[in-house]
Every structure is written in C-alpha cells, then in structure tokens.
Design a protein around this ligand. Structure first.
Ligand code: ADP
Ligand code: ZN
Ligand code: ZN
Length: 744
C-alpha cells in the first residue's frame, strides 16, 4: 500500500511565551490511526541523543521542512489525561471549528504566563466588632458622600472578608477610601490567606436559602439525569428573579462536595458586586473572579491557583472557560443569550459551543441559563438537543414593574414633537419631587441610519430581504444583504406624510433636551463618549449609585448589570429603534434589551414603573417584551425565521470577499455566485447577493458578501468543499481574500 507520510507538530514548552516554537516529526506507521492533538510524546531532540517530551498539537499531511531532515516520534507517553492534554485538544477543536491557526487557538486556551513574581491576593477584613460596625453604618447612612464606605461596610458585615480587587472593581470603592478606613482602624488589609472549607464549617454564617420545590426539583433532575446517562446540555429558561442563581448554587455545592470544580460564566457587564457578593457569601475564598481589568500576569496567577487546587470555583467572562481545573465537574453559563460570549478576535469562538465541547472532553455537565434565551439555544432545546427546564414565576410571586406604552405617532398628532412624551415628563417630575432616581434608555444598538416615518411609523425596508434599508450619505437607501438600492423618498410611501427621515437624536441631544426641560435635575450621561477614558464606566455608575444624580441617560450600557435600588422609573425613549437595524437578528436583540430594560425598574423595595415609547406599539417584539412573554416572542420570531430561511431554522452561510481592486472583486464574487448556481444541481440553495458589506470599504480594501441559505448541513458542506476547491484552482482568486462563515 502506498500511503502518504503523516507529520506531527510538537510543542515542547507550553509554560511561557514560546507557544509558537513548534517542531515537526514523522509519525511512525504504528501511530497513524491513534495519534491525536493533546497526546504527550517522546521525541529525539538536538543531535538526537537527547530525548524530550512534547505535546502533539496537530497532525498534517504537509511537511514543513524536507522530510529527510525530520526525525521520528519515538513513543506515546500519555494518552491525553492531563489537563494540558485536554486543553490542547480543545484548542484543536476550536481551530477546526472556527478557522484559525493552531497557535492562535493555543494562545486562547493556554494563558501566556508572564514572567513575574506571583502576587498574593489582598483581602479586606473587618477590624472592629459588628456592633461598632453598625454604629459606623448609621453615620454613613446620613450622607450620600459616604455611600461607598457604606457599601464596603455592608459587604464586610455580610461576607466577613472580601478580596481587595472586588472592593475596587465591583463595589467601586476607591483605594484612598479603603486606605482611610484602614487608618481609622475600621478595616484591616492582609495578604494572609485563611484556608477553610465554608461548606463544612459554620454553615450558620454562610448564607444559604432553602430552595423552593421547583428550584429543588430542577437541581435534582439535572444531576440525576446526568447520572442516568443523559449527557445533553441543559437550558434553564427562568424569568428574572425566578431563582436561577439559587439553582446554580445548589448544583455548585453538590459538585464541590464531590471534590470537583466549577466554572461559572457570567458576562462581564453583569458581574456586579451584588452578584459576586452572593457567591462570596456562600462559597467564601473557594472563589476567584476574573475580569478584564486584571493584567495578564494576575490572570495567569488565578489560573495557576486553580491548577494547584487553591480555588474550586472560577467566575468570569468567556475566557474563564479555559480555567485549568484538574477535575472539572460543572460548567454553568448564565445569561446564555449575551452577545459578549462571541469572541470578536481570531479565533472567533462562541463560548456556548466551546463550553459544550469542553464538557464533552471533561465528561461534565453544562448548564445554560437565561430569562431570554437565544433563539439558537431555545430552538435546540425544543428539538430535544438540550434538556429544558422552565421557571415562569418570580420568587414569592414578586411583581413585575408596571409598564405604560406610549404611541409616539399619537404624541406627534397631538402636537408634542419632543422625544419626551407627556406621560414620561409627568412621571419624571414626580420622581424628582420624591427624590427617587430614573434611567432614560436610548435603544440605538448597531445604529445603521434607517429611514422611518414619524407620522405612521413605517420603516423603509428591502422588498427582497425583509430587513431595513440603510441610509447612505449619497441620498440612497441600500440593503446590506442583497445590494438592492433605491433613492431616499421625500414622502412616506404608506401615508404620504413629509415627516420622514433618519432618526437623529443621540444621547447628547437627549441630555440637552432633558436639562432644558428639568433645569434643576442632576443628569449623568453614559455612552461611548463619556466612558472612553479609563474607568469612565465605573465612575459614572458609582456616582449614580451614590445618588449624585437624579437621571442617568444612556445606551444599552445602562440596562445591563448594576442594580440601583433607588431607581423607580425607566424610560425607553424609542423602543423600536433597534428593530430597524439591517440584521435578521434585530428583533431578537430588541426583545432581549427591552425585557432587561423594563426589568431594571423597581429592583429595591420601592415599586417600579417603566414608560416605553414607540412608533410600533403593536409589533410583537415590543408587546411581548412589555409583558415579559418569552414564549409568545419565540413563536412569532421562529416563524419569521422559518419563512425567510434565517438561522436557526436554516443555515446561513456567508462568503466574504475582500480586495483592493474593486473591479476584480466584483468579477470574482460574480463568478462565485454563478458557480454556486451551477453546482446547486438540486436547486436547493437560496443565494443572496453578491452585495456590499455594511462597511463596503475599509482602509482602501473593498468588501462584498454572498449569503447562501439552506437547512441541510451536509448538502451545504458538500457545496462548501466544491467552492473551496474552485477557489484553490482558479488563479483569478489569488488576489482576492475569501473567508467563509456559518451563521454569524
Ligand atoms: P435569577 O437568577 O433567576 O434572576 P435569583 O436566584 O437571583 O433569580 O433570585 C431572585 C431573588 O429572589 C433573589 O433576591 C433571591 O435571593 C431571592 N430568592 C430566590 N429563590 C429564593 C429562595 N429559595 N429562598 C430565598 N430567596 C430566594
Ligand atoms: Zn407614513
Ligand atoms: Zn435585500
């Protein structure tokens, strides 16, 4: 038999920056069928007399150097049971799935260890008795200037001790304040770690709630199902406040008492001090929290502690997924629908899929949770690919905020041209009198300059793709999916009104309008501009938490995360704004954002109210978010996706082309579209485009895209293979960069 040689890339040092130093070896025939990325092998090194060990990171048919100069792998030392092996094998999966180089994948999965002295984490302890602390507390309560001291004291009274970094980043207590409290003898700062197991010891101090019957049942069934051999991922859909976090904690406790570890993924923006504190109160110093403010060194320290068994729980955003626990027993992903789980740098992995793959490699359950699951996840749960649990009632049936919907078309009709409806103005006035706080939310995510009619609410859409047309500055409207173009109309094609145009108000204009209407109100604005400088985000939030302002105006940044107990009114200025982004997921994002925004009001003891202003009050996304009715939203949205063949009902395969030569790109993409039609012998593909990308040119490079829709993954895969081959053998594509992407 004449078979080709196989070669293996071996990495001998994965502990430092030398990740890209790989060496290639010949795979002996005896290992052809068994050698896999992640295995530890013995290889000759240097002149051949030295033997060293290294990890296989890739097996390939293509030699990187002359075969004559290559040595052969001697032996497999270990099949891949170590944590390094499993992570390397995860990297290999990421490379395969998302298309990156193996080195890029390895760098994502294995933290680059900076050469620095390991710093011990500092902790803050209460240095006075609880009685004394109570008396300080009543002093602090008297002035809003002392609010951050109050937060620290509160945290210490309920959690005993907290990490310095949590006080700084999650509690937003500045270091001078901590220092001054230390000098007053109220707190003590120490790096001395007190090891203990809070589960065994002193259970009365650690807060632990009794689960409701439904919460308990879900926790039990997840664990029992796993033991019975049901290895599917689990999705918990539970309205905000139904007790998902309670279920997570129950599962975590079970896994930890089994001697295993837990990764809990929470989007950074939701990683607030209230959240973190709850986990500290229950699990104490078994926990480490990752966030983007940690330096690379600090972060790899945390990974080191996890590897050494010093901590049992890692909480953090998507990169926490790669924590090198020796015996991982559970992965939980909260707020599963959050877009921040999608990596935007290469490799562009999705944390949900990657978590599920890590679960397979580690043989551990994966639990996803959300009040508003992504269409993808819920669709799969409905089809039985995930186990599904649902909680539709809030704990103790606590009430949802009451919502008033305002039809902005009616406002215009009755002569109010302001972006603040009359009802909203009244409510704001009330709050200012009562000294309660409010948030005004401008929903302009991915704002793409659509054109709408202020009289009837009509939005100009593409006749072929059912997405809004985007306004280009040449006075034309363009579809980003199929390239359809039309001149911007001067009158509304539906009602003939002249009040048609782009929605221009930004947060800054709104701030001006609010200040003019309420000259005595203290206003804070949080948007891209005001958060640009370091810690800008945190500063605004802590100022608002300290009640230094009455009104917080902002984009979606303000609806996620922090709970402000004194906020009793949320105003959504134009709820349908984000519906009109030229993207098939606009409805899903709008529903998620609005559900969250409405849920912001009335988190504390004071009852909450929300005013939702919109031009499309009867749109299903708006209506179902106001009633927090996920199931209704899902039914309507999925039938729309089915009709239009968008994911998850269908696969959306994007072919992105970019080239400095516009003519060449145009020709190349046309050829591809024609080739697709030719090889689609069964006429099953829906081909859209070529069209300009939403940004048609970046740094003098032109960009175009073709979308292909099809339900059958294997048919699409065959098409993709043929396409790859066509591009490979046609020299015309030498100067065009082509990239494929599935379901972006
Ligand atoms: P979710 O994570 O679904 O938003 P949480 O777990 O945060 O819900 O619960 C919402 C609120 O209800 C929290 O303040 C929590 O302490 C309280 N709560 C939920 N379940 C219980 C329970 N079984 N016992 C006591 N309090 C509970
Ligand atoms: Zn109109
Ligand atoms: Zn179109």
């Amino acid at each position: 038999m004449n078979h080709q040689n196989l070669f293996a890339d071996i990495i001998v040092d994965i502990t430092n920056e030398n990740l890209d130093k790989t060496f290639q070896y010949i795979v002996p025939d005896s290992m052809r069928d068994i050698l896999k990325p992640g295995m530890l092998v013995r290889v000759p090194f240097g002149n051949g007399s030295r033997k060293i060990r290294g990890y296989v990171i890739q097996v390939t048919e293509y030699p990187a150097i002359e075969v004559e100069r290559m040595k052969m792998i001697e032996a497999i030392e270990e099949q891949g049971n170590s944590i390094e092996s499993r992570l390397i094998s995860l990297a290999a999966w990421i490379r395969e799935q998302y298309g990156s180089t193996m080195i890029q994948a390895l760098k994502t999965v294995l933290p680059v260890k900076e050469k620095m002295k390991q710093k011990e984490e500092r902790w803050i302890f209460l240095a006075i008795s609880k009685e004394e602390a109570q008396s300080y507390k009543s002093t602090y309560q008297k002035s809003s200037r002392l609010a951050s001291r109050l937060r620290l004291l509160d945290a210490l009274l309920s959690g005993e001790e907290i990490p310095y970094s949590v006080a700084l980043h999650q509690l937003h207590v500045s270091s001078p304040i901590i220092k001054s409290m230390e000098e007053q003898g109220i707190v003590r700062i120490s790096t001395k770690r007190v090891y203990r197991n809070p589960i065994k010891e002193d259970a009365a101090v650690r807060r632990r709630d009794v689960l409701t019957p439904l919460q308990q049942e879900i926790a039990d069934e997840i664990l029992e199902g796993w033991e019975m051999g049901d290895y599917r991922p689990t999705l918990i859909r539970g309205v905000t406040g139904s007790g998902k976090t309670q279920v997570y904690m129950e599962l975590m406790e079970d896994v930890i008492s089994n001697g295993q570890q837990v990764i809990l993924l929470i989007p950074e923006i939701s990683l607030t001090y209230q959240t973190v504190l709850r986990f500290y109160q229950r699990f104490g110093d078994m926990i480490s929290v990752l966030h983007s403010k940690l330096s690379l060194g600090e972060r790899s320290d945390q990974f080191e502690r996890a590897k050494n068994g010093e901590i049992q729980i890692m909480i953090g955003p998507r990169s926490a997924l790669f924590t090198p626990f020796a015996n991982l027993g559970l992965i939980i992903m909260d707020e599963e629908h959050e877009t921040s789980y999608q990596s935007e740098t290469v490799p562009c992995y999705h944390a949900r899929e990657t978590a599920i793959q890590r679960g397979i490699l580690e043989d551990c359950p994966v639990v996803l949770g959300s009040a508003t699951p992504s269409l993808d996840a819920y669709y799969r749960a409905k089809k039985g690919a995930y186990r599904l649990f649902e909680m539709d009632a809030r704990f103790e049936n606590r009430e949802l905020p009451s919502v008033i919907t305002v039809d902005l078309r009616e406002e215009l009709k009755s002569g109010n041209r302001s972006i603040l409806s009359r009802v909203l103005q009244e409510k704001m006035e009330e709050r200012l009198e009562k000294k309660e706080q409010m948030m005004l939310f401008l929903n302009r995510r991915g704002y793409a300059g659509f054109v709408s009619c202020r009289s009837c609410g009509n939005v100009i859409k593409c006749p072929h793709c059912d997405v809004s047309l985007a306004q280009h500055n040449n006075g034309r409207l363009v579809c980003h999916y199929c390239g359809y173009e039309v001149r911007q109309p001067e009158k509304c094609p539906e009602c003939g009104s002249g009040y048609i145009g782009g929605f221009r108000a930004g947060t800054q204009q709104i701030e001006e309008i609010v200040k003019k209407r309420f000259p005595d109100a203290r206003v804070l604005r949080m948007d891209f501009d005001t958060t640009k400088k370091k810690d800008g985000h945190a500063q605004i939030l802590s100022a608002f938490a300290n009640q230094e302002a009455d009104i917080l105006i902002g984009t979606q940044m303000i609806v996620k995360g922090h709970d402000f107990p004194n906020v009793t009114l949320v105003g959504v200025l134009a709820a349908d704004l984000s519906l009109n982004v030229s993207d098939y997921r606009a409805g899903e994002r709008t529903f998620q954002l609005l559900t969250q925004a409405v849920g912001r009001a009335g988190r504390g003891v004071l009852p909450g109210e929300a005013v939702v202003q919109t031009y499309q009050p009867d749109h299903y996304c708006i209506e179902s978010s106001i009633t927090q009715d996920y199931l209704r939203f899902y039914e309507e949205e999925i039938s729309y996706r089915q009709l239009a063949s968008y994911p998850p009902a269908s696969l959306l395969f994007a072919i992105h082309g970019s080239c400095e030569d516009e003519k060449l790109l145009e020709m190349g993409m046309d050829y591809l579209a024609r080739f697709l039609k030719k090889i689609d012998s069964e006429k099953r593909l829906r081909i859209v485009g070529p069209a300009n990308e939403s940004v048609a040119k970046i740094a003098d490079v032109y960009r175009k895209v073709i979308y292909v829709k099809q339900e059958d993954a294997s048919y699409l895969l065959r098409i993709k293979k043929q396409l790859e081959r066509y591009i490979e053998i046609n020299s015309g594509f030498k100067n065009i960069k082509i990239q494929f992407q599935m379901n972006e």
